[in-house]
Design a protein around this ligand. Sequence first.
Ligand code: WTA
Length: 639
Amino acid sequence: MDTSYEIGLGNDDRLLRKRASDDYVKFWEEQAQNLQWFAKWDSPLEWNPPFARWFVNGKLNASYNAIDVIAQKNPGKTAILWENENGQTRSLTYGEMLVYVCKVANALKLLGVAKGDRVTVYLPMIPELVVTLLACSRIGAIHTVIFSGFSSQSIRDRVVDSESKVIITADGGFRRGEVVPLKKAVDEAIFGLEFVEHVLVYRHANLEVNFGKKDRLWEDLLEKAPEHCPAEEMESTHPLYILYTSGTTGKPKGVLHGTGGYLVHLYSTFKWIFDIRDDDIYFCTADIGWVTGHSYVVYGPLMHGATQVLYEGALVFPTPGRLWDLVEKYGVTILYTTPTALRMFMKYGDLIPNSHNLSSLRLLGTVGEPINPEVWRWYFNVIGKGRCPIVDTWWQTETGGTMISPVPGVETIPLKPGSAARQLPGIHVAVVDENGNDVPPETKGYLVVKTPWPGMLLTLWGDDDKYRTVYWSKYKNMYYPGDYAIRDKDGYFWMLGRADDVLKVAGHRLGTAEIESGFVLHKSVAEAAVCGIPHEVKGEAIIAFLVLKEGVMPDKKLREELILHIRKVVGPIATPDKLYIVSKLPKTRSGKIMRRLLKSVANNDKIGDVSTLEDEGAVDEVRSAFAELDKAVHGDGVR
Ligand code: WTA
């Protein structure tokens, strides 16, 4: 094994792995003691496959563990160092956060929010976003955050599914020199939705907004809210949040996370992976609209009393050196970002990071998509100057926290560029074949999780059946994440991307189905098919094939309109890189679009692939549809 990347932080807790493999339930129970509980659990795990309930009848509060615990010991410790792309700054201590969280929690109560109610949050990356989530969990309300790169129709779908009675938003947020009009999108999204009682609006971007009868100003309401709010004692399996995520079919699914197990998973993994210390300055660049932000910006770091940088805006705005400016300015010690961001920085060249003082860094992390070995090496050498271990962390919205990653807080092992290393203590992942049998080392297969883990989703919001079919029907009693992987002879995992129709575009998770249904909402579109193809920076790019309704002319104006349309209904993150207008799509006999054919056309594969489809489709039809696609993509077809 290449040991040149054997770089660690001097920790070597072999007993931890041993305890974890001896009895994983007991091990997690031991980890749970690190949290503050109002009442101890009766049973560490009730496992009725596929439903896991951790620390049953234990009582705790997420906001209490994230804020009060530190605020009581060290109220003056800085929690958040906020900055946005315009250079505005703010900082908040744990003591200040506690007061702020309590006031917002009381404000929510004034709006009639009670235990179990859902609150939709559509805010930019500002301290109020963190505070709002903690205010919800303080009173037992279930938060459901929507990433600000999604727009009105996506918001509407999520608000309807979760039946949120309150929505919290801002006038706007900053992104690449522009103001994103958030309140306006919410207004469109909730038009006619009677069950939405209030919209709470934080003024941030100085943007004119409509003010209707449901709207309440944040500052007005907070003025009336008392500064003290006791943390509700919540049962461990009480839902903490819903986070919508894309799957292979239909609309995004509401992944439902509980409280006790989820927090135990985050407390432990944050410590093991980031080896957090009191004087660290931690910076995770993920947006709180995605799971990484929930787990490793909000709950994980705060439970450890970490000081962290929170940044609103694009990492390369106003200059390509923006991220490195921040690292230097705040003396960031731990940087956690995405392969897409790294590929982008790499393209800008070494001169920019080299002209910054990055000597404060001691640990680097990546998340969200496979990292190419050459990008890993660049991160290691140019950013970490060969001194900092890289933690490549594999996990999902559904897993709640990291499952596979190096753990410098536990042990020092040789790192391999491009591999997420080993499963975490207490986690059992494997690579299996179609029948669920373990494959030999160095063989590609499907990743599975063999035992329940504390951060595991409770279910899909309101849809236990779908939860069963999506994750637990491919294999009996094994969780199926939908990823391909290889485990090498040293037991290291190499993640090979999705085995399904989920896309990872610039690290953002999107479903082909949701983009397709967005397109067919347009009056000129009869059918739509979307696939992803490899992209040098973004990892994957979206390619759309559209069939227009009879008599519609595929002119330039329509194409522009279609792009605007998809940005409006799904969001700017769903913008296709290429949009082809064709007269038919290749389908199976039962009428299903042959997406892998689209992929092979877009990827320049040969038409020969069609011959393998004899059983599936009417071959002549498929051939002619294929020829047409091929012409659109490579020939002089209409683009
Ligand atoms: C992919 C993001 C390779 C994977 C935390 C997974 C990764 C999906 C990695 C979940 C990684 C995440 N290496 N692939 N380190 N981390 N993925 O729900 O395909 O947005 O299934 O959660 O991202 O995406 P999600």
